[in-house]
Design a protein around this ligand. Sequence first.
Ligand code: FCB
Length: 405
Amino acid sequence: MFQFPEDFYWGAATSAHQVEGDNTNSDWWEWEKRAAKASSGAACRHYDLFRQDFDLARSLNHNCHRLSVEWSRVMPQEGRPSADQLRHYQEVISALRERGLEPVVTLHHFTNPLWFSRKGGWLNRDSEKHFLDFVENTVGALCDKVRFWVTINEPMVYVYHAYILGVWPPQEKSFLKARCATGNLASSHIKAYQLIHGIYKKKNLAPPAVSIAKNLQAFEACIPTLKNKFAVYLRERGFNSAFLERLVRHKAIDFIGVNYYTRSLVEAASWQSRSLLLDTCRKGHSRLPQNTLGWDIYPEGLYRVLLRLKRFQLPVFILENGICTGDDARRWDFIREHLLALGRAMQDGLQVRGYLYWSLLDNFEWDKGFDPRFGLIEVDYRTQERRVRESARRFAEVCKTGKLE
Ligand code: FCB
């Protein structure tokens, strides 16, 4: 049995492009039409149905909800914020507050305005300036009702897919470009951190808590050769730690937002840097159960990555953790086992603010389309009907009592 603290935040996360629908001014929308297998289309029509979805979250005893504000809606053109869209997001945040749900607001969750990507996206020297313009407008409009800000979701996952693997827009495959984009994302966060704190100060509001959502993976050597162990070390540094350390050095992070899903079984084919940094076991050596995307299910990994965060001496907030599966009993097992791992880390002295499951709803899973089912709530995409899954009800019990048997 584990008892979570009384003031713990419980809930689920979404992101704008994955649930809202008709996100027509974004680089992803354009890319889906041109190059992708799947198109986000109407997604979950959450843009219109948000109140109903938040009613469901509340009925499941959530007291917190993470969502993202869509940059391409707020700034459909360079330098021209849309008052209508800012009003929309004010209504969204108010709807959360009215239901007793603490909003955690992400500013960049993989998508960019089309005009921004046409100017070179995150490779552009002015990317920071453009992003800050959006941040200033959005935070200015929402600050009186928001305490938790996440500037950038999973910067390294984004860079990896968009600039190294080339499977997300803008489909680059270049370490040099990846490095440039990473630098711009990091400096944009640091400036945004200062800007957000400045806005709250000027308005005499209590200081907000600002972070990123950092995807952490449990890297493990497939066969423990020297080469594989070295590759694990490099990835632990390059993927898990470097970005966070940079923000800590700049004193630009108030808590550590963690997204955790899986482990990565490292098997480097050669000593070349590409192999050391990217290769994973392709021979099916993993004996762990997997989700429907083939990701290993490994709660122990959550415990391990969390313990490594203790050195930062900052509170941690789990901003995403979840499973896509057709077997809902497995979803509940997944949640339970990961919460137990989280509890163990807390018993070992880690300070944790909350746990948000990914995701509230089934949704558009990027280049994988609508097949993966991550939701606590099932979505029928033909009718837009919602159906609460049994796992959501089990989780709701924990949200209510803070108790895990
Ligand atoms: C994370 C993303 C989120 C979702 C989950 C499954 O990497 O932040 O948008 O796609 O994976």
